[in-house]
Design a binder for this molecule. Structure first.
Ligand code: GDP
Length: 426
């Protein structure tokens, strides 16, 4: 049984917590896209962790953690991350790395930094972790697969060829020092020694696991609105954030994905530039940001304050539809307990017309939110285990949103820990 855990919006919806929770019943957890540019926050009996590359199942000793072929693999960061958890008494995870995963190279990170510098005020707000240059090279067919580390002749020839090409940019576009093929080759030899024990033909491994009836979780990074095809292009990430891509980024048949849990936060937050229709500002935003998530809405990787907004039914309905949602996990609902009334964005007004369909980017830039206000519940809902025990106004908020987005909310997260979850039968 393969399940996917993905985001409906801009990311930071609480996928880490939901994956960690569902991993209790899983045998294998796989990252299938993205790199170390975003983070998942997880709180469990070992403490509080921000994971960037490792799948959110690493805290259990019964799970195998896999870095799928679709990931942008930064090898030194992966090993730093492993050390950061084992230093805190988490047992060494059972780790497998796809032989087809490609590696983020030191020059990708430099290119990302130099390009953001060159763009100045027109930059994309990249986290400068090399993800966009990495995926550009992958599709330009000049990336390095993990498997290539084990072919010395190929490695030598390719490092020379790539350095020659990259140095044209370094010297003439960015006016920065050239990179040396010898140094790059040495770095790749180090990478080879680091990954050697974990390299695996992941699609063959998963084929067998599926035949053996194992439970497999695909863990997405970011959310629908950051998808390069269906998101707010060009303010998107460089790999597909959709559950469908889980089949490709892990190497399994698409029809094996039976459950798609789309994580939606009870309000909105976003990082980086781009249209954000239900965004709020000033004190209203500061209050929600400070109360939000667990200890405030600040980037798990960058520490940047997140942009804040009210729940957006237009974006979330679209986000859930593109994911192929079977279940919505509605998270961080406990945070809204302080509000007298809660605005919910139910439509976009574009050029005088109201729509509930999420538009293409140039129209999105013109959209103004149409709000409906729902009464707040004015109490702390943490610790509640049964849906019926939630305050009436809180249930009304959930049911209103469920109706607007058109997908069943089957899980409600009312706190950051594994135990803070309410399962709801349909
Ligand atoms: P992800 O990237 O989708 O995994 O999301 P992040 O980890 O960036 O952001 C989610 C934040 O909300 C983290 O700080 C979580 O610990 C926290 N969180 C998740 N679910 C809940 C919840 O139901 N209530 C509260 N208060 N915090 C939550």
């Amino acid at each position: 049984m393969v399940k996917a855990v993905v985001g409906a919006n801009w990311g930071d919806e609480g996928k880490g917590k939901i994956t960690d929770m569902l991993a209790e019943q899983a045998d294998i957890v796989i990252r299938f896209q993205g790199g170390a540019n975003a983070g998942h926050t997880i709180i469990n009996n070992y403490g509080k962790f921000a994971l960037h590359t490792l799948p959110s199942g690493v805290f259990y000793d019964h799970t195998t953690s896999i870095i799928g072929n679709g990931v942008a693999l930064n090898i030194p960061l992966l090993f730093q991350e492993i050390k950061s958890i084992t230093d805190r008494n988490v047992p060494m995870p059972k780790l497998l790395i796809s032989d087809r995963a490609q590696m983020v190279m030191p020059y990708h990170i430099l290119l990302d930094q130099y390009e953001e510098e060159r763009l100045g005020g027109k930059s994309f707000g990249s986290t400068k972790s090399g993800i966009a240059p990495f995926y550009s090279d992958k599709y330009a067919k000049i990336g390095f697969q993990v498997s290539e580390l084990f072919d010395e002749e190929l490695l030598k020839e390719k490092t020379e060829r790539i350095c020659e090409q990259k140095n044209v940019l370094f010297e003439h576009l960015y006016h920065k020092p050239a990179i040396s093929p010898k140094e790059l080759l040495d770095t790749l030899h180090e990478y080879r020694e680091m990954v050697k024990p974990y390299v695996c033909n992941v699609s063959a491994y998963l084929d067998q696991a599926i035949k053996d009836g194992k439970t497999i979780l695909l863990e997405g990074q970011l959310g629908t609105l950051k998808d390069p095809d269906h998101g707010i292009y060009p303010m998107v990430t460089s790999s597909s954030t959709l559950a469908a891509f889980g089949a490709i980024g892990a190497g399994i048949p698409p029809y094996e994905i039976r459950q798609i849990v789309t994580v939606c936060k009870a309000y909105s937050s976003a990082v980086g530039a781009g249209a954000f229709v239900s965004e709020i500002f000033g004190d209203e935003a500061n209050e929600l940001r400070t109360r939000g998530g667990d200890g405030g809405e600040f980037g798990a990787t960058t520490g940047r304050p997140r942009r804040m907004g009210w729940f957006d039914c237009v974006a979330s309905k679209y986000g859930c539809r593109l994911q192929g949602t079977t279940d919505v996990a509605f998270t961080v609902l406990d945070v809204l307990g302080y509000l007298d009334e809660i605005p919910v964005c139910v439509g976009y007004e574009i050029d005088g017309e109201v729509t509930t369909e999420f538009p293409v980017t140039y129209k999105l830039e013109k959209a103004k939110p149409v709000y409906e206000k729902l009464p707040g519940w004015k109490c702390d809902i943490r610790g509640i285990k049964n849906y019926e025990d939630l305050p009436e106004n809180c249930r009304a908020y959930i049911e209103f949103i469920e109706k607007q987005i058109g997908f069943p909310i089957t899980m409600i997260s009312n706190g950051p820990t594994r135990e803070d979850i309410i399962y709801r039968k349909q």
